[in-house]
Design a protein around this ligand. Structure first.
Ligand SMILES: Nc1nc2c(ncn2[C@@H]2O[C@H](COP(=O)(O)OP(=O)(O)OP(=O)(O)O)[C@@H](O)[C@H]2O)c(=O)[nH]1
Ligand SMILES: [Mg+2]
Length: 314
């Protein structure tokens, strides 16, 4: 089914990187925005909610989540006037991983139309992998459509790049896609966003994007692919035809599409709807157990500071 972006739209940025990208998305959609973070530096302007962890300056993900739940009425009040909520969450950061399940479940309670973006960590960020996995699982359940951007897949296909350049690739892909949301079709699915570094050679970029996609999902779990070509009017038509042939040859001809957009820079972004296994289920060691055989808490793991003389086990 198609995901319909109904006005009024609110873009919610969670955590440092989520907030940075939310401002870009807000501009592209002409929407309002809300910033939520545990870090005071991220939420200095209007329309923001600071999640205070009181005297603790190095809170755990569970503690940030507990403190956010104390503010859930405030968050719910801010969300209520909107039809569509776009959540921009950096699940590689602590705030994003803590807040994504809380904010998305409030959206679900309020029956919002929810589109979420999730950034996943590099594999060397071992302490982030588990939290990002369980947070993603809940974010996907509460969202109508989810778009996953995996830092680790960028690294695997571009090992010579530094982190800043990797962020440039992913952030640029998100920015580009933001400009296409109004004009193009999004589906009610989980999607993986992949892209490549800037090269003069468009065919190479498409192949790099497909390589990046395969880091996250096996070819048989890809249902549909949409290739966004930016700056298309500057690219020779023969090259666009050849890109379309490459795509049609790899994915089923009927399930792949090329969307051409105008832009100052030329770039390609591949958005693929997936059904079935991705690598992210394995981020939680228990994630491999099929859903119908799993009993899970309704609320994600949360820690509260309740002044008991008992030590908290986390
Ligand atoms: N793709 C992408 N990933 C980012 C970006 N910034 C941070 N990350 C990822 O998030 C991890 C943590 O970086 P931080 O700068 O602490 O991110 P943050 O969003 O401020 O996180 P918190 O402060 O913990 O909420 C990095 O190692 C990256 O994996 C960005 O601009 N783009
Ligand atoms: Mg930060």
């Amino acid at each position: 089914m198609t995901f319909e972006v109904k006005e009024p739209v609110l873009v919610v940025g969670l955590g440092g990187a989520g907030i940075k990208l939310a401002s870009e998305m807000k501009e592209a959609l002409g929407a309002d925005s809300l910033k939520i973070s545990q870090d005071k530096k991220d939420v200095s302007e209007d329309n923001s909610i600071h999640i205070s962890t009181k005297s603790i300056i190095n809170p755990s993900v569970q503690l940030i989540r507990g403190c956010a739940m104390e503010q859930s009425e405030n968050i719910a009040k801010q969300l209520s006037p909107y039809e569509t909520v776009v959540i921009m969450a950096n699940l590689a950061g602590k705030s994003g991983a803590a807040l994504a399940p809380v904010v998305s479940s409030i959206c679900k309670e309020q029956n919002k139309n929810v589109l979420s973006f999730a950034i996943m960590p590099f594999k060397f960020e071992k302490d982030r992998i588990f939290q990002s996995g369980i947070s993603l699982k809940r974010l996907r359940i509460n969202s109508d459509s989810t778009i996953i951007i995996d830092n680790d897949a960028v690294l695997d296909s571009n090992p010579d790049l530094n982190a800043e350049r990797c962020y440039d690739i992913t952030n640029n892909a998100i920015k580009c896609l933001a400009t296409s949301i109004k004009s193009s079709e999004l589906t009610d699915d989980t999607n993986i966003l992949s892209s490549s570094r800037d090269t003069e050679n468009m065919e190479e970029s498409v192949k790099d994007s497909i390589r990046m996609l395969y880091e996250d999902a096996p070819p048989n779990s890809i249902k549909r692919s949409m290739l966004y070509v930016y700056g298309a009017s500057k690219i020779p038509v023969g090259v666009i035809n050849s890109i379309s042939n490459i795509l049609g040859g790899i994915f089923d001809e009927n399930n792949s599409e090329v969307d051409m957009s105008s832009s100052n820079n030329t770039n390609v972004v591949l958005l693929s709807a997936i059904a079935g296994e991705t690598r992210f289920e394995k981020y939680d060691p228990l994630g491999m157990i099929p859903e119908e055989k799993t009993l899970d808490w309704d609320e994600p793991e949360t820690s509260f500071d309740c002044d008991l003389d008992l030590q908290q086990i986390e």
